[in-house]
Design a binder for this molecule. Structure first.
Ligand SMILES: NC(=O)C1=CN([C@@H]2O[C@H](COP(=O)(O)OP(=O)(O)OC[C@H]3O[C@@H](n4cnc5c(N)ncnc54)[C@H](O)[C@@H]3O)[C@@H](O)[C@H]2O)C=CC1
Ligand SMILES: CCCCCC(=O)/C=C/[C@H]1C=CC(=O)[C@@H]1CCCCCCC(=O)O
Length: 252
């Protein structure tokens, strides 16, 4: 896929994996709409990336993915500024099973909202040009993270959503392809104070076991993997990126 001049909207773009996706897309000549709930860091990141890759190529939209009207405004603003939309990356996520309703609202409902908006603004059946949706899940979908059952469930659901929408039936109808990237342990701010993120402090032993054999990878590695997946990923495909290795397709 030639990314030059393409427009990508990325959620959770102010930090971690979303920021790495954004920078890698800019390096490949795309324009990016950085969407994040955190406007202080988001504006600052947009300034920094704009100075490096050209101010006309970067936009920041303050957007909480749990708030449909705000999310819709981010799509409208992106298309108004860049005049097109080719790629939607549903990446914003949290891990906190204590606040599980919010976790489900961000990690699953947020991806559903982003997917429905992507079809509305890119779907050929809705007057659009077609495009690509990339969702971020986690390797927790393939090997359940026993210490965070609800976080794990949201990742299973995102993979199921992507596989169903990724079917050729939807591609024929809309011209939109859907892929899912599942990172393993990645060095970001997702885990701040693990004891407060597990449903029970008794789960700490399980948390240690869950992550015992994982090698931490950088968010930049996941960013580079995104470009490879965008280039060769078939609609409905599921990609695992872990331990700093090249992306590999998961075939269930
Ligand atoms: N870091 C890791 O080890 C792994 C992360 N993931 C997934 O990768 C995705 C990105 O996570 P990280 O970069 O690690 O986390 P992070 O905490 O570094 O970045 C997440 C970003 O999402 C934003 N955000 C949070 N709630 C939001 C909302 N309601 N609306 C809009 N933006 C919101 C935050 O402000 C932040 O900028 C998540 O979906 C996470 O589940 C998956 C596997 C491993
Ligand atoms: C010893 C713990 C070190 C810190 C671990 C950490 O930061 C974990 C991150 C996970 C949080 C959400 C995820 O999606 C991350 C990785 C999930 C990997 C699941 C590993 C299980 C396995 O591969 O068997």
């Amino acid at each position: 896929m030639d990314l030059k001049g393409k427009v990508a909207l990325i959620t959770g773009a102010a930090a971690g994996i979303g920021l790495a996706y954004s920078e890698e897309l800019l390096k490949h000549g795309a324009k990016v709409s950085l969407c994040d709930i955190d406007s202080d860091i988001g504006e600052q990141i947009a300034d920094e990336l704009g100075a490096k890759y050209g101010r006309k190529n970067v936009l920041f939209c303050q957007c909480d993915v749990t708030d449909y009207p705000q999310y819709e405004e981010a799509f409208e603003m992106t298309i108004k500024v860049f005049n097109r939309l080719d790629i939607v990356i549903n990446n914003a996520g949290v891990m906190n099973d204590r606040f599980w309703e919010l976790e489900v609202d961000v990690n699953l409902n947020g991806v559903i909202r982003g997917t429905l908006l992507a079809y509305r603004f890119m779907g050929k059946d809705r007057g659009g040009q077609g495009g690509t949706i990339v969702n971020t899940a986690s390797t927790a979908f393939a090997r359940p993270q026993v210490s965070t059952p609800i976080y794990t469930a949201t990742n299973y659901a995102v993979v199921g959503l992507t596989r169903a929408y990724g079917d050729q039936y939807h591609v024929n109808l809309t011209g939109v392809r859907s892929l899912v990237l599942c990172p393993g342990l990645t060095d970001t701010g997702l885990v701040k104070e693990i004891r407060k993120q597990l449903m029970s402090s008794e789960y700490e032993a399980a948390w240690q076991r869950d992550n015992a054999n994982c090698k931490t990878q950088s968010s930049e590695h996941v960013g580079r993997a995104l470009i490879e997946i965008l280039t060769k990923g078939q609609s409905g495909s599921v990609w695992v990126v872990e331990n700093g290795q090249a992306p590999r397709e998961w075939r269930g």
